[in-house]
Design a protein. Structure first.
Length: 307
């Protein structure tokens, strides 16, 4: 059966460790793996604008000996005349893998069900699993083993990063705290899945409304933009509702003295995070951004080995 990466829990604990271990090796020796030599082509499809995803996948595929074929849905039949399943059947005859940055998770699932090549979720409205591999790699670099660490996410609890932190953090055996106003809660099914996973790995899931309680004593503090793509018309309401969840130096003072700050970027300084935090000494956002490259390369190598 073809292995895909559509949600963070498509990997179990040991598989996640294996990919992170390989990512560290690829970061130390960038061109050690060439599974796409030929070059084979990987289709990288974008429904949404992108900087880090586009660059990291294009460079990563080239590093692995392959050819990145960047496709915009605005200039293709996908999403217009052609279904995801038909597109999948066309692409599998010509490419080694499919990477898709899109809106609905259902499209990714439809594509994966109808192709024999790996499909990778480069971002959807529900999950951002490739970002989480990069985040976990970054935390490991700075803090060592992930198991037992405590991480707090503040802000929009319905955010795709929250869903991925719940699943990936639980898979890693971390203690995941999510602080959010009640109107922005995570998908209940994802919370249930994360709790089930955490029970097997020694991790835990805690949902809170108090940002101070959430960050007290934690190893890592994370946030994300309050206004995701497609929600720009909600900005005024979101800023008002989420104002108390801004990550400030005062809030960071409740975390461990050496706590890390992460943000997947792009960031709105002065909204979800104060400038002196994101640009300060506890911030590891540039390592985090670079690690998209190494983590995604490791993921692609691993998936190609499974199929």
């Amino acid at each position: 059966m073809t292995r895909h990466f559509l949600r963070d829990d498509d990997l179990n604990h040991l598989e996640q460790l294996e990919i992170l271990d390989l990512a560290e090796k690829l970061k130390a020796d960038r061109y050690r793996e060439k599974p796409l030599a030929g070059p084979q082509t990987v289709a990288v499809i974008f429904d949404k604008s992108s900087t880090r995803t586009r660059v990291s996948f294009a460079v990563g595929i080239a590093d692995l000996g392959g050819n990145p074929l960047i496709i915009s849905t605005a200039n293709s039949q996908l999403g217009g005349k052609e279904t995801a399943s038909d597109t999948a059947r066309v692409l599998e005859r010509q490419v080694a893998a499919i990477v898709w940055r899109t809106y609905g998770q259902a499209g990714l699932e439809e594509m994966a069900l109808n192709t024999t090549v790996p499909v990778i979720n480069a971002l959807s409205d529900d999950f951002h699993p490739c970002q989480l591999l990069a985040d976990l790699l970054t935390i490991r670099e700075h803090r060592g083993a992930l198991k037992g660490l405590t991480i707090a996410f503040l802000g929009d609890g319905s955010d795709n990063m929250v869903h991925s932190y719940l699943l990936a953090g639980a898979t890693a055996g971390m203690h995941v705290r999510i602080a959010f106003p009640s109107e922005f809660e995570p998908l209940p099914g994802v919370v249930v899945d994360a709790e089930r996973i955490a029970a097997t790995t020694g991790g835990s899931i805690t949902l809170l409304t108090d940002p101070v309680e959430a960050v007290t004593g934690v190893d890592v503090v994370v946030t994300d933009t309050w206004v995701s793509m497609g929600k720009e018309e909600e900005k005024a309401h979101r800023v008002a509702a989420l104002r108390d969840y801004q990550v400030t130096t005062e809030l960071m003072a409740h975390a461990k003295a050496d706590a890390l700050f992460l943000h997947c970027l792009p960031a709105d300084r002065g909204y979800e995070v104060a400038a002196d935090v994101i640009d300060g000494p506890q911030s590891v956002i540039w390592d985090e951004a670079e690690n998209r490259l190494h983590a995604q390369k490791a993921l692609m190598v691993w998936l190609l080995q499974q199929n």
